[in-house]
Design a protein around this ligand. Structure first.
Ligand SMILES: Cc1cc2nc3c(=O)[nH]c(=O)nc-3n(C[C@H](O)[C@H](O)[C@H](O)COP(=O)(O)O)c2cc1C
Length: 321
């Protein structure tokens, strides 16, 4: 679908066109089980981001934490596109008194000089993907880790690098949690649904992307320390455990992931440990109770040959008004 088809026929404003382009760029964002739980609404020079409750994974993500985090990643992708194309915008998150599923509103003010740092991130968006293969060999260097941490923290979320003893503890706790979750038929059915969508479906995770890799199947440890000998595990965390924090964590995830791509570093989120209270508490203890954990990430040295997941068609995620 082209941009003109998504614009109101009488709307020739470049700002409106830029917003539609930004929403299309956001379609590349990572999301839990590739569920794409967002919908964009373009009204003149305003772009609204809505959470789609029907796409929340109700068994494994009953609070919508990971769905909101996914929407945050889409929001950051849209912000990057606007900045890279030279538009000054304001972003209002969790609008007071508005529909609770209206997560953010982007409003264009005027043209501005294109932001070269945003342009560099924009060029990474189509290249970014989830790399589930084992990490061995070279370890992520300190410079890359500093750059990724700075990108995350610039979005108001903190990043903690796990010590090796913490990785082992978390692997054990997460393995126990996953085994009990996998005993729940609703949890198992949800995972089977999202990983079993065959082409021409454009949501869900294609079998080819997960063959031989760990996605939290029964009996697989979600943190694969035995294979990931050179991996660095990091945790996104912040001051509170509310939808606004999850949205900001998603923006930080996108910023950190795109920055990682530029540094030749691959990223694999591990959501299983955040899905159960016991492992969330174990993660919280690792940051000495300093705030709340949002997501565990595995960092490794990237292989540019790995392919990503398919995308939902644009007309299913953007509405014009
Ligand atoms: C909040 C969140 C949690 C995720 N958790 C996992 C996970 O536990 N295991 C996994 O293999 N991928 C996980 N992913 C990656 C998604 O499966 C991936 O983004 C989606 O399938 C689209 O593929 P792509 O990232 O290659 O574009 C997660 C992504 C997000 C945004």
């Amino acid at each position: 679908m082209d941009i003109e088809a998504l614009l109101h026929p009488t709307d020739t404003r470049p700002a409106a066109k830029a917003l539609v382009e930004a929403a299309m760029t956001a379609g590349y964002a990572p999301s839990i089980h590739n569920s794409r739980p967002w919908r964009w609404r373009v009204t003149g020079t305003t772009l609204d981001l809505h959470l789609v409750r029907g796409r929340i994974l109700h068994a494994s993500d009953p609070d919508g934490r990971l769905a909101t985090l996914s929407c945050g990643a889409a929001l950051h992708h849209a912000r990057v596109a606007m900045a890279a194309h030279g538009w000054e915008i304001t972003v209002t998150r969790m609008l007071q008194g508005a529909d609770r599923d209206l997560l953010a509103r982007l409003h264009v003010h005027h043209g501005a000089p294109a932001d070269p740092a945003a342009a560099a991130l924009l060029s990474m968006i189509p290249l970014r993907h989830t790399d589930r293969r084992a990490v061995a060999g070279t370890r992520v260097g300190p410079e890359a880790l500093v750059a990724i941490t700075a990108a995350v923290e610039a979005q108001g979320t903190r990043l903690h690098v796990l010590r090796s003893d913490q990785v082992l503890d978390l692997a054990a706790a997460a393995d126990r949690a996953l085994l009990s979750a996998a005993a729940d038929p609703a949890w198992e059915a949800e995972l089977t649904y999202w990983t079993g969508l065959a082409p021409p479906n454009t949501a869900g995770i294609p079998a080819a992307a997960i063959a031989g890799r760990n996605l939290g199947q029964r009996g697989d440890p979600p943190v694969t320390v035995r294979h990931d000998t050179a991996a660095v595990f990091v945790m996104l965390h912040g001051s509170a455990d509310e939808p606004l924090n999850w949205l900001r964590a998603g923006e930080a995830l996108s910023a950190g992931w795109l920055t990682a791509g530029g540094q030749g570093v691959s990223v694999l989120p591990h959501s299983a440990p955040i899905e159960t209270i016991a492992t969330r508490q174990a993660m919280r203890a690792m940051i000495a109770g300093d705030g709340h954990p949002y997501l565990l990430l595995r960092l490794g040295i990237a292989d540019p040959a790995d392919a990503g997941a398919p995308r939902i068609p644009t007309d299913q995620i953007i509405e014009r008004y």
